[in-house]
Design a protein. Structure first.
Ligand code: PMP
Length: 426
């Protein structure tokens, strides 16, 4: 606790005492946050931070419309989900209307992990297979089954027998020049390898913005050949929309739509309730039915009235405030500003992304070799300047720039200004 302010030191100690090794915090000097609104978070010392990382409060911290909807519903009915009540149907229908007609059913959950756990089970049941393909540094959640397909969390680097990993569609370091064809060829080889080992292929599951792999969005369409290969092999394509979903990528409500593909199963979480914990799985009836017949699935909290109210209010705000258009426009402006820094700072190797999901990769000047030290320096220096960001990618050398969708042009310009200051001081 050396060098920590007394309130921070005390909370760190209490946290260690209660939560033991399970306590995970950002920064060497963790932040003691007391409130937030819009894109701003405030700490116990009256300092304010621009939040350019947090994708949970996606329509803005403590958005009054969402807060009011949650409070109003909590005062009226908050219960387990085995009753008829109106708002869950309104919400389900409105959510499903954002998908192609075939994706006609939704199962509500409470977290992204739970959603992916269900997706794996549905895929297994539907395909009679058990083999899964994921990207090298994917994260899909924390249940036992989902950990097995989350290589970014493997401590021992041992890939389970039913899982194959493929390199992400990384157009920056890919030497072939056709990242979609390369990705599809790797997926095809992984399917063949599973089958050669007597494991029937079930599904390819990807986070369609490849957040923990380093954020890859371009060129649009790069997922298509791989998804075609999955279907040709009798497998299903699971789009994990926990990160890119709910309009973050700007032009599309769902990240995989950027690639012109249709998913068989879509999973979602984080931004869905703007901080109210909720998730979901959207799929076709023919995939859901056999799964439910076998398991008699039930979820105590998933789709409860308060969650439905929160989810509905989030959709209201995305639509009413034009947040997808904002994400597209401000995201483009932000990336243009960051790209302009490349002329003066050769360590900035790449700036990429879609909507308000940007990756900024640091490489050793003149090469494409990862430079984690600079990324780590920038994250800490930006915090000193009141701006919060994180890192992604196998080497931790890509900044994850992912503000609430209400991020303004002024916010983006402030971010670029601070980035310039911080890089110049390196
Ligand atoms: N999928 C992806 C792509 C994620 O980023 C995460 C969370 N970081 C999850 C699933 C798991 O979601 P949760 O933490 O809500 O269980």
């Amino acid at each position: 606790a050396e060098g920590l302010e007394p309130d921070v030191a005390s909370l760190v100690a209490r946290r260690a005492s209660s939560f033991g090794a399970s306590s995970v915090l950002f920064y060497e000097q963790p932040l003691h946050i007391v409130r937030a609104e819009g894109v701003w978070m405030h700490d116990a010392h009256g300092r304010k931070f621009m939040d350019v990382y947090n994708n949970v409060p996606s329509v803005g911290h403590c958005h009054p419309h969402v807060v009011e909807a949650i409070a109003r519903q909590a005062a009226k009915l908050a219960t387990n989900t085995r009753y008829l009540y109106d708002n869950v149907h309104d919400y389900a229908e409105r959510l499903l209307a954002t998908f192609p007609a075939a994706l006609s059913n939704v199962v509500f959950t409470c977290t992204g992990s739970e959603s992916n756990d269900l997706a794996l089970r549905m895929a297994k049941k539907f395909t009679c297979g058990g083999g899964f393909i994921v990207t090298n540094t994917a994260y899909h959640g924390n249940t036992e089954a989902v950990m097995a397909i989350s290589p970014s969390s493997f401590r021992d680097r041992v890939v389970p027998a039913h899982v194959r990993t493929v390199a992400p569609p990384d157009g920056y370091t890919d030497p072939t020049g056709d990242v979609g064809a390369r990705f599809a060829a790797d997926v095809q080889a992984a399917i063949a390898d599973l089958e050669a080992n007597g494991i029937r292929f079930a599904a390819l599951i990807v986070d369609s913005i490849f957040s923990s792999d380093g954020i890859f969005a371009d060129p649009p369409g790069f997922l298509k050949p791989a998804v075609d290969a999955v279907h040709a092999a009798g497998g299903v394509f699971i789009a994990d929309e926990v990160q890119p979903g709910f309009g973050r990528t700007g032009l599309n409500m769902w990240g995989h739509q950027h690639h012109g593909v249709e998913a068989d199963i879509v999973t979602m979480g984080k931004p869905m309730g703007n901080g109210f914990p909720m998730g979901g799985v959207v799929t076709r009836r023919e995939i859901l039915d056999p799964f439910c017949q076998e398991t008699g699935y039930f979820n105590t909290f998933g789709g409860n009235p308060v969650a439905a109210a929160a989810g509905m209010a989030v959709l209201d705000v995305i639509e009413g405030e034009g947040l997808m258009r904002n994400a597209h426009e401000v995201g483009g402006h932000l990336r243009a500003g960051l790209r302009a820094l490349m002329a003066d700072f050769p360590g900035v190797g790449d700036v990429r992304g879609a909507g308000l999901f940007t990756g900024m990769e640091f490489s050793r000047p003149g090469t494409r070799e990862p430079d984690r030290d600079t990324a780590t320096y920038v994250i800490n220096a930006m915090k000193t300047h009141g701006v919060l960001i994180g890192a992604a990618g196998a080497h931790g050398n890509t900044l994850k720039v992912r503000p609430p969708l209400c991020f303004s042009r002024d916010n983006a310009e402030h971010f670029v200004d601070v980035m310039r200051t911080v890089l110049a001081a390196r």
